[in-house]
Design a binder for this molecule. Sequence first.
Ligand code: ADP
Ligand code: MG
Length: 616
Amino acid sequence: MSDIIQLLPDAIANQIAAGEVVQRPASALKEMLENAIDAGASKVQVIVKEAGKQLIQVIDNGRGMSATDARMSFERHATSKIRTSADLFAIRTFGFRGEALASIAAVAQVELKTRQADQELGTLIQIEGSEVKKQEPIATSPGTSVAMKNLFFNVPARRNFLKSNPVEMRHIVEEFQRVALSYSEIGFVLMQNDLEVFNLQPGKLSQRIVGLFGKNYQSNLVPCEELTPHLNVKGYIGKPECAKKTRGEQYFFVNNRYIKSNYLHHAVSTAFEGLIQNDQHPFYVLFLEIDPSHIDINVHPTKTEIKFEDERTVYAVIRSAVKQALGAHHVVPALDFSIDVNFTENWSKDPEKKAAVDREYSYKTFNTPEFKRSSASGWERLFEGNQPVSETPGDRQADSDDEQILTFKSKANAEADLPVLSRSPEEEATGTTFQVELNYIVAQMSTGLLIVDQQSAHERILYERYLRQLKLAQGPSQQCLFPPVVELSPGDFELVSGLMPELHSLGFMISEFGNNTVLVQGVPADVQLKNEKDLFEGLIEQFKNFKNELSLDKRENLARSLARKSSLKRGQKLNPQEMETLVGQLFACQNPNYGLSGNKTFVKLDLTSIHSFFGK
Ligand code: ADP
Ligand code: MG
């Protein structure tokens, strides 16, 4: 029998190899863009027709190629970027396998025009299915233009596998965005069927983000930076309010290469926990810089996975970077990472976590009859009351704040709204929870002691409540018996006029009384009615202070100001039930750990520490 093994003809071998590099128009675009960047271009123009099926052309003003190099560039494994295998491990440029142009030329009709700046003439090469059709000198501008036409013209089966134009175009835009994000110092233009989709001037990363994703990001970006000896993180995160329901605008770059990583995504998501709803995704563009010897970028050019030598550290650094960014910009108060994060994990949204937290922190109460009657058995009861009315306890899962507030029949929300303080001698008598210096609430837990700063805790509770009311525009109101007339400066009057809808949402009933004067007919139902005039004037003052200090948005500022103004203060005596309600409400908050100025609302002293005081 004769031998049957034969070498594949070059053309077929090339086509097969090409299939790995060029899966769709967008993957060819990626290679072409990376080549332009590697060539040192400062301006790159992309022209797309028919979602890249008809044409993708990339024009750059980079260093160009000599005639010989131009011809060589289409050979497989022809590359100017790597000389020894040692280089493989120190790669910082994009392309390095010398396969892209060869692959593209194997499955499309390619026209290359290139000229080096110091040469008078450039080179034109036309190549189709790996066959050179034309090579000649040509007058052209310095730099390189690669036009890929009729992708898969010679592989009909693959051409048929391409998706609809909108789908392929989406891939192209995504690829373009990734590259444009990682090189904000380079100008990029994207034209689709003769229409300009993007025209991005060179600039800062923040400007690039706005250029790509829209003006509403202008005021919603928070810089994020963390420098450690082994890993640097830099970039931007979006404020919680610009989180979206759809995933997509999340970018990690490692040494400027776009990567996907669910693990690292998780690190960012947990940092946002409690600030955005469970089904929302934060915006971020984060650049990680790490010594290439500590990572294993999958050397396959189309893959976006990556392996880190020490994944856990990378996770921790990213999470802490994001948390600090959120804290430093008053998106949430400044943070301290020594705290036990598990404790704060948004229990109300995750039944499993909640159960675990409840178990651990259910606090032991004395079995006094009074205590049993007045407040059942501590937190457990408070938590029980927190189930949505419409659902069975087993599958409780709050979908959004809005629903939570509409459907929760919570003891914490409904009853005993602080600080309407009423005390009976019986209630005074119970002894588990007590106040120190009329300032801190000390409560016993199965695992130790909990110490709560009453004022900070109450501010946090009210702040979250007012925010929800502002969102739902339905804060309950109580009428003032003797509506005060408040005279304002013209500036404050302007300010108040601009805040009318929000003030209404909070429960204020205010009408203009002419001549910079307003009549306060009602105030939010849950504030203590001492002096409505003071309350209102104080609120406006506080609002102005915060406005100067923090540049918060209107609603957030109002919620903060009113919380600060109407909260329970230090030095106020509380009865056990009030204390307990306060503690229960605090832990029903989305973000119970911190008060409005970034201070802690509570600390816990666990048994191990207590034991250690005594050398046990
Ligand atoms: P790689 O980028 O992996 O080296 P490619 O097939 O993408 O392989 O490109 C082959 C070579 O062609 C590159 O190493 C580079 O020298 C040259 N080249 C490709 N595109 C350009 C360009 N736009 N400008 C200058 N040189 C280019
Ligand atoms: Mg390349």
